[in-house]
Design a binder for this molecule. Structure first.
Ligand SMILES: CC(=O)N[C@@H]([C@@H](O)[C@H](O)[C@H](O)CO)[C@@H](O)CC(=O)C(=O)O
Length: 293
């Protein structure tokens, strides 16, 4: 298995105006991440890929294209989580056969699943695929909170190697790292990366790394070296950029920033708004000139 630590881009997907996958654009986004952002890996099929609005076949198509384009250049993590466990297993087997280095699965959502049901979901995907697993915890979207002891229960399965922690609860993050130092944590909120890095996370997985991956690495590496003032200065600029991106529409604005660099990043997939208004395009241009020139 490849090294999964470091800066992992949550891969954006380019869609055509009718919502179909724009393969050429997706390949360009992948190349941009590897060649320009110099990321350590790609997290494929996450929130940033607009995954939860796709059919099983479309999810497979994206896994296939990403593997074909990235080959073995960077670590590849396939997010296969779904409220349909059968789909998760099918996707997990598919990505494993393609050669993905690791799986990840969002905690099952919508229904109020018990912890025993959540644990069974992870154990079942792992048993059926034989691959390693990263828990994807994103309570603000799923409503699922996992406590310190529950992480311990999940980690009894030796194939669960850690958690993608998309939350601002740094006390919980610190307690989990303290309790399970051999399990990995990837920070999920790019705007809080420095705080997470100071607490010893092993890497970060984020949407904004598609365009701001170089700064993300600087923050992470400075923090690891104990150069906090330097890291903070870069986090400040990063957060000025992220604040602008969030105010303008997260994925569409990142796509627009890629387009301004010649990448065919396409549209978003409905029911998300498909494209930016002319005013928002103009604002994205300002962000590009100010922060990513
Ligand atoms: C909901 C969401 O998009 N969260 C992002 C963050 O990178 C986030 O976009 C960023 O920190 C801005 O808030 C990641 O945690 C999600 C992610 O890695 C994924 O695509 O699954």
């Amino acid at each position: 298995m490849k090294n999964l630590k470091g800066i992992i881009s949550a891969l954006l997907v380019s869609y055509n105006a009718d919502g179909s996958i724009n393969e050429k654009g997706l390949r360009e986004i992948i190349r941009y991440n590897i060649d320009k952002m110099k990321v350590d890996g790609l997290y494929v099929g996450g929130s940033t890929g607009e995954n939860f609005m796709l059919s099983t076949e479309e999810k497979k198509q994206i896994f296939r294209i990403a593997k074909d384009e990235a080959k073995d250049q960077v670590a590849l993590i396939a997010q296969v989580g779904s409220v349909n466990l059968h789909e998760s297993i099918e996707l997990g087997k598919y990505a494993t056969e393609l050669g993905y280095d690791c799986l990840s699965a969002v905690t099952p959502f919508y229904y109020k699943f018990s912890f025993a049901e959540i644990k069974n979901y992870y154990d079942t995907i792992i048993a059926e695929t034989g691959n390693n697993m990263i828990v994807y915890s994103i309570p603000f979207l799923t409503g699922v909170n996992i406590g310190v002891e529950q992480f311990g229960e999940l980690y009894k399965n030796p194939k669960i190697i850690g958690v993608k922690f998309t939350a601002g609860d740094f006390y919980l993050l610190e307690r989990v790292k303290r309790a399970y130092p051999n399990h990995l944590i990837w920070a999920g909120f790019d705007e809080m990366m420095l705080s997470a890095a100071v607490l010893g996370v092993d890497g970060a997985i984020g949407s904004t790394f598609n365009v701001n991956g170089v700064r993300a690495r600087q923050i992470f590496e400075y923090a690891q070296q104990g150069k906090i003032a330097e890291a903070r200065a870069i986090q400040h600029v990063t957060n000025d950029l992220i604040e602008g991106i969030l105010s303008n529409g997260l994925y569409l604005t990142i796509k627009e920033l890629l387009k301004l660099d010649g990448v065919d990043a396409g549209y978003c997939r409905e029911p998300m708004t498909k494209e930016l208004t002319p005013e928002k395009v103009a604002f994205a241009k300002e962000l590009k000139a100010k922060y990513l020139a």
